[in-house]
Ligand binder design. Structure first.
Ligand code: ASP
Length: 310
């Protein structure tokens, strides 16, 4: 069985000033996740490790570095899903948690529910002894400045999503040596979102989905568009109908563009280790590791390769 991990660091018009840090961040996260798989770890452990690495990296819009809502506050969303059992856990609008993906995993493993939101999610975190941090420590100086600059944009069109609202949501999909798949997605959402707004990222079938019978997907892009077409499930429904994973992602993103004028990106892996990273925004930082080979890219139709030491 071939173990593979693919990660993304968000689909949008990533400015040059943060493009190198974004690519370095996804490469490091993919290597982190792959090292779990290489030690015989599960796909679930691998996606959690990769997403945690990006939540801890302030260049990405997840955990530390999250974007701010219209009140200038952080509200975080995350999902994780296990393709073996279709178990999944999610949190939305949580505040003082540095690694929401791990809280989502705890919802999956320690409750009878699939999603906890806001205060309830924070109370649960407290109950299970999860370390909390003052929410302000999650806010970077860079984001505070960007928020000040763009806060006049309270509503608008897709161009605004690309240039001002979009940010570096993170995600990972993996297949382990036993052929089990998993996905995880984590985000601060889009800058200047309304207080309480929840996008696609923590919603099962939209921001992510994992099923050993077809594959795992993590999405990024304009949340309201992704929700309308349930993008992650749409990708897998094409796979179920016999499409290659790359074609399944292309068809789904094209459909989202044609049907609701939404732009975004998705990464996917099949139980046999076929994978794809595709987007319709200007850029998406992504990286993948298979057979100790690291693939990565940022601009459309770009794919670089590095041999990792064995
Ligand atoms: N999909 C995320 C959201 O709408 C944003 C992103 O992926 O950049 O919350």
């Amino acid at each position: 069985m071939k173990a593979v991990i693919v990660v993304h660091g968000g689909a949008w018009a990533i400015p040059d000033e943060i493009s190198k840090a974004s690519v370095d961040g996804v490469k490091a996260a993919a290597c982190e996740g792959f090292s779990v798989l290489k030690r015989g770890g599960s796909a679930l452990d691998a996606v959690e490790a990769a997403v945690r690495a990006m939540e801890d990296n302030t260049v990405f819009d997840a955990g530390h570095g999250a974007v701010l809502n219209s009140d200038g506050e952080v509200e975080l969303d995350a999902i994780i899903m296990d393709g073996r059992t279709l178990a999944s856990g999610a949190v939305s609008s949580v505040k003082n948690i540095a690694n929401p993906v791990s809280l989502a995993r705890a919802v999956m493993e320690k409750t009878d529910h699939i999603m906890l939101t806001g205060r309830g999610a924070n109370l649960f975190a407290e109950r299970i002894g999860m370390v909390t941090v003052p929410t302000e420590t999650l806010v970077t100086e860079y984001e505070r400045k960007e928020w000040e600059k763009h806060k006049k944009y309270v509503s608008g069109v897709m161009e605004l999503f690309n240039s001002q609202w979009g940010h570096d949501t993170v995600g990972a999909v993996a297949v382990d040596c036993s052929g089990n798949v998993a996905c995880a997605t984590s985000t601060g959402g889009i800058r200047n979102k309304m207080v309480g707004r929840v996008g696609d990222s923590p919603i099962i079938g939209s921001g992510g989905y994992a099923d050993n019978l077809s594959g795992a997907v993590s999405c990024t892009g304009h949340g309201e568009s992704i929700l309308k077409v349930t993008l992650a499930r749409l990708v897998l429904s094409h796979v179920e109908q016999g499409k290659e994973v790359a074609d399944a992602v292309d068809l789904s993103l094209r459909y989202m563009g044609d049907r609701v004028h939404g732009a975004g990106g998705a990464i996917t892996v099949s139980p046999s280790g076929e994978w794809a990273a595709k987007f319709t925004t200007e850029r998406m930082a992504w990286a993948a590791v298979e057979h100790d080979v690291l693939w990565y890219g940022l601009d459309p139709n770009e794919k670089f390769k590095e041999q990792l030491s064995q």
